[in-house]
Ligand binder design. Structure first.
Ligand code: COA
Length: 184
C-alpha cells in the first residue's frame, strides 16, 4: 500500500531505509519508544527487513523531494469485543515518530491525517485512539489538530525507563481518541 500526500509518500519499509531509520532510532526522542532503540546499522537493516513484511499498517514517512525516510507511522488493530470469536478488529492505536530534524514543519500532521483517512476509509476503523505522556506537548497538539478528544489522564500509568536511582519512572499518560463518525 502506498499513500501520497502533498509532500510525502507513506510506504512499507525496505531494507535500503536502514540508514535513515538508524538516524532517528539510535536515540529515540521520547521514553515510550526507548525499547525501539537501535544500536547499529546492522540492527537497523534487520529491523527494516522485518518491517518490510507489514505492507498494510507499518509505513515509512518519505519526503517526496528527495526520497529520504524522515520517520514512521503504524497502527496495531484491536478487537472491541475481545471475548467474541471473529470480532471485528475495528479499533486502531497508531504510533508516530519523526526524525528530530524534521519536527515542526507540518509533516507529522500531513502523515497522520492521511494515515487516519486510510484507516477509516480502507481498513474498517471505527475508533482510533492514542496514548501520549503529559509532557509531550507536540504530540498532544498533533492529536488535537487531528480532531481527537482528550479522554482521560492516567496517573503513573506506565514506565519505559528508570530514574537515575534505578527506580521505575512512572509516566502520566493522556488518552486521545476519535470515532469514524467524527472524522471529516
Ligand atoms: C509528535 C510529532 C510526530 C509531531 O510532528 P510534527 O511534524 O513535529 O508536528 P506538526 O508540525 O505537524 O505540528 C502539529 C501541531 O503540533 C504543534 N507543535 C509541533 N511541535 C510543537 C512544539 N514543539 N511545541 C508546541 N506545539 C508544537 C504544531 O504547532 C501543530 O499545531 P498547530 O498547527 O495547531 O499550530 C513529532 O514531534 C515527533 O516525532 N515527536 C517524537 C515522537 C513522539 O512524541 N511520538 C508520539 C509518542 S506518544
Amino acid at each position: 500500500m502506498i499513500i501520497e500526500t502533498e509532500r510525502l509518500i507513506l510506504r512499507p519499509f525496505e531494507e535500503k531505509d536502514a540508514a535513515d531509520m538508524f538516524e532517528y532510532l539510535k536515540k529515540p526522542s521520547v521514553n515510550c519508544f526507548a525499547c525501539m532503540k537501535l544500536d547499529s546499522l546492522e540492527d537497523a537493516k534487520e529491523e527494516a527487513s522485518r518491517r518490510a513484511d507489514d505492507t498494510d499498517l507499518y509505513f515509512a514517512i518519505v519526503l517526496k523531494e528527495n526520497g529520504k525516510v524522515i520517520g514512521e507511522i503504524d497502527a496495531a488493530p484491536e478487537a472491541t469485543a475481545p471475548d467474541e470469536d471473529n470480532a471485528p478488529q475495528d479499533t486502531f492505536s497508531p504510533c508516530w515518530m519523526l526524525n528530530e530534524a524534521y519536527h515542526g514543519k507540518g509533516y507529522g500532521y500531513e502523515a497522520a491525517h492521511a494515515f487516519f483517512d486510510y484507516l477509516f476509509r480502507e481498513k474498517g476503523a471505527r475508533r482510533i485512539y492514542t496514548y501520549t505522556e503529559d509532557y509531550n506537548i507536540p504530540c498532544q497538539r498533533l492529536c488535537e489538530k487531528l480532531g481527537m478528544r482528550q479522554e482521560g489522564l492516567f496517573k503513573e500509568f506506565v514506565t519505559f525507563v528508570n530514574n537515575p536511582d534505578g527506580t521505575p519512572l512512572y509516566e502520566n499518560t493522556y488518552q486521545y481518541a476519535i470515532l469514524k463518525k467524527e472524522w471529516h
